[in-house]
Write a protein that binds this ligand. Structure first.
Ligand SMILES: Cc1ncc(C[n+]2csc(CCOP(=O)(O)OP(=O)(O)O)c2C)c(N)n1
Ligand SMILES: [Mg+2]
Length: 327
C-alpha cells in the first residue's frame, strides 16, 4: 500500500470508478448487441476509452446543471444520471426509451436530469449551450452549462460563433473539447491551425486548459476550476480533454488511418483499468469489494436489457409523434 495520491475522499474516488465502469460495461454490451443485429438504427458511436472525460467533468456539476452531448454521448448521459433501462430501450427503438424510441443512440435527452440532449450534427450543441447559458443568466439561477464536443467540431463555424458570444456575454459555460485525435478518419493535427486546441481560447479572451483525459481525477479538478469560474459570473472556459476512442468511429470503421501499435499504447493508459489499480495499490478498496461492485453493474446491465426487450414498440400510426409538432 502506498500513500494516497489524491485529495478526494475514498467514497468519491470509488464513485468515480463505479461510474466509469458502468459506462464501460454499458458500451461493451451495446457493441455486442449491435454486432448480433439486435439494435435498430445506425451503428452506435462508442465512447470506450473516453470514460474519464464524461465522469470527471460531470462529477464537478450539481444535479440541476445542464449538459449538451454529442453523437458519442452514452457516457455523458449515464454520468448525468440516465437509467440504463431507458437508454437501452432508446437503442432498441422502444416506446419506453428516453425519446420514445424515435431518437436512437445519437439523440438521447433527459431534460429532467439536466441533459438537454445529444446531437448527431457535429458542433450543433454549441449554439444550444449558448442559449441555455443566456437563459441561466436571465433567470439568475447560478446553474452552469457544460457543452461536450469532439476535436473536429472545433473547425465548425458554430463553435467559433458560440465561443465568441459566450465570452462577450460572460455566460456560465464550460466548453469541453474531447480531443480523441481523430474526426472520423482525419487526424486533427492535419486540419487544425493550433496543435493544442485549448489555444483557440486565446482568440476569444477566455481561459484555455488542456488536461490528461485518461486520468479521471485530473479531469475532475480541471472541470471544477472552470465550473467555479462560471458559477461566480466570471464567464466561460475552454477545457481540452486529451483522450482516445479505442474502437472505430462506428462499427464499419476498421481504422486503416492509424496503427495497432498506437492503439496498444493508448490501451496501456486505459482510464478504467489504471484507476482500478491505483485504488487497490493505495488501499482505497479491495478486490472483494470491487468484485461486488462489478456484479451489481452486471446486474444493472442485464436488467436494463431485459426492460428494453420486454418493452412495446411504438405504434406505427404514431411514429411521427414527438418528431413533428402537431400542426
Ligand atoms: C455538420 C456535420 N458534418 C459532418 C458530419 C459527419 N460526421 C459525423 S461524426 C464526424 C466526426 C466528428 O469528429 P469529432 O468531432 O472529433 O468527434 P468524435 O467522433 O471523434 O468523437 C463527422 C465528420 C456530421 N454529423 N455533421
Ligand atoms: Mg474526435
Amino acid at each position: 500500500m502506498t500513500e494516497a495520491s489524491s485529495s478526494l475522499d475514498p467514497q468519491t474516488r470509488i464513485s468515480l470508478y463505479r461510474q466509469m465502469l458502468r459506462i464501460r460495461k454499458f458500451e461493451e454490451k451495446t457493441h455486442e448487441l449491435y454486432k448480433a443485429g439486435r439494435l435498430t438504427g445506425m451503428s452506435p458511436h462508442l465512447c470506450i476509452g473516453e470514460e474519464a472525460s464524461a465522469v470527471g467533468v460531470i462529477s464537478a456539476l450539481n444535479p440541476d446543471d445542464y449538459i449538451l452531448s454529442t453523437h458519442r454521448g452514452h457516457g455523458h448521459c449515464l454520468a448525468k444520471g440516465a437509467e440504463m433501462g431507458k437508454m437501452y430501450a432508446e437503442l432498441f427503438g422502444k416506446e419506453t426509451g428516453y425519446c420514445h424510441g424515435r431518437g436512437g443512440s445519437m439523440h438521447i435527452a433527459d431534460v429532467a436530469k439536466g441533459n438537454l440532449g445529444a446531437n448527431g450534427i457535429v458542433g450543433a450543441g454549441c449554439p444550444i449551450a449558448l442559449g441555455a447559458g443566456l437563459s441561466i443568466q436571465k433567470r439568475h439561477t447560478k446553474q452552469v452549462v457544460v457543452c461536450f464536443f469532439g476535436d473536429a467540431a472545433t473547425n465548425q463555424g458554430t463553435f467559433h460563433e458560440a465561443m465568441n458570444m459566450s465570452k462577450a456575454f460572460r455566460l456560465p459555460i464550460v466548453w469541453v473539447c474531447e480531443n480523441n485525435l481523430y474526426g472520423l478518419s482525419t487526424p486533427i493535427e492535419n486540419v487544425a491551425a493550433t496543435p493544442t486546441l485549448s489555444d483557440r481560447a486565446r482568440g476569444y479572451n477566455m481561459p484555455g486548459v488542456t488536461v490528461d483525459g485518461m486520468d479521471v481525477e485530473a479531469v475532475r479538478a480541471a472541470a471544477q476550476e472552470a465550473v467555479v469560474r462560471a458559477r461566480a459570473g466570471e464567464g466561460p472556459t475552454l477545457l481540452e480533454v486529451k483522450t482516445y476512442r479505442y474502437f472505430g468511429h462506428g462499427a464499419s470503421d476498421h481504422r486503416p488511418y492509424r496503427t495497432r501499435e498506437e492503439e496498444q499504447d493508448w490501451w496501456k493508459r486505459c482510464p478504467v483499468a489504471n484507476f482500478r489499480r491505483k485504488l487497490l495499490s493505495e488501499g482505497v478498496t479491495t478486490e472483494a469489494d470491487l468484485a461486488e461492485l462489478e456484479q451489481k453493474i452486471d446486474a444493472e446491465v442485464a436488467a436494463g436489457i431485459a426492460f428494453a426487450e420486454s418493452s412495446p414498440d411504438p405504434e406505427p400510426e404514431k411514429s411521427t409523434l414527438y418528431v413533428y409538432t402537431e400542426d
